[in-house]
Design a protein around this ligand. Structure first.
Ligand code: SAH
Ligand code: CA
Length: 239
């Protein structure tokens, strides 16, 4: 138990919500043999980043790519790019005339993955904006024509703002569109008593719990929360 909890204090650690052996089995059998070369290359290039554990895990990425194929979005928003694993997989998956507004405060991390994005020939689908996400979403909403104009959003940044992002995305994403939120199980700690959670992880654990409850009660969306990676909540806007 102690070992599991130690692992769990690194949110994003995919071995927490599944056994490590099962995770390795899934990666080896179903994910790595099918991972596009460009993504593999980006993953390896980005593995030197000291915070590389924050990258989307390849099994979550594969799930996301499959959902994207079903939704076939032309206009997407990504909040929280880091070195670009989820961004590149989105760019590879959406149609040739698709566009992604990708927002992150850290351009340096994005530039680590950029050579793989360029090599894959999908940089033209990406509009990277170096900024906190909130003012950018608010700016998009100033233009009423942007309301309901996006098909998909992936949210993977500061957890204390997830509900603020959700409120804005419920205007920007069209009815029938999809929003995915990452890290909604926060290393599994959402299900622990607070006193067992290391102090440094408590604030975003509380944010995750609050967000999960709010989104569960939100009639504007259909949802599914899956224990993949660090927990992903998928929302489909219904009204
Ligand atoms: N989706 C990425 C991982 C994102 S990690 C991948 O697949 O690799 C979280 C990212 O959120 C970090 O790069 C961090 O710089 C960014 N971030 C944190 N606060 C932010 C904010 N207020 N606005 C935009 N990005 C933010
Ligand atoms: Ca994440």
């Amino acid at each position: 138990m102690e070992k599991t909890r130690k692992q769990a204090i690194t949110p994003g650690n995919p071995t927490v919500l599944q056994s490590q052996k099962l995770q390795e089995y899934i990666l080896k059998t179903s994910v790595y043999p099918r991972e596009p070369n460009a993504l593999k290359e980006l993953r390896i290039a980005a593995s030197n980043h000291p915070m590389a554990f924050m990258s989307t895990s390849p099994d979550s990425g594969q799930f996301m790519a499959l959902l994207l194929k079903l939704v076939n979005p032309k206009k997407a928003i990504e909040i929280g790019v880091f070195t670009g694993y989820s961004l590149l997989l989105t760019a590879l998956t959406i149609p040739d005339d698709g566009k992604i507004t990708a927002i992150d405060i850290d351009r340096k991390a994005y530039e680590m993955g950029l050579p793989s994005i360029k090599k894959a020939g999908v940089e033209n689908k990406i509009d990277f904006i170096e900024s906190p996400a909130m003012p950018i979403l608010d700016k998009l909403l100033e233009d009423t024509e942007k309301e309901g104009s996006f098909d998909f959003a992936f949210v993977d940044a500061d957890k204390n703002n997830y509900w603020n992002y959700h409120e804005r995305l419920m205007k920007l994403i069209k009815v029938g569109g999809m929003v995915m939120y990452d890290n909604t199980l926060w290393g599994g700690t959402v299900a622990w008593p607070e006193e067992d959670v290391p102090e440094a992880k408590r604030e975003w654990r509380r944010c995750a719990i609050e967000f999960n409850e709010l989104v569960s009660a939100d009639a504007r969306v259909e949802i599914s929360q899956v224990p993949l990676g660090d927990g992903i909540t998928i929302c489909r806007r219904v009204c």
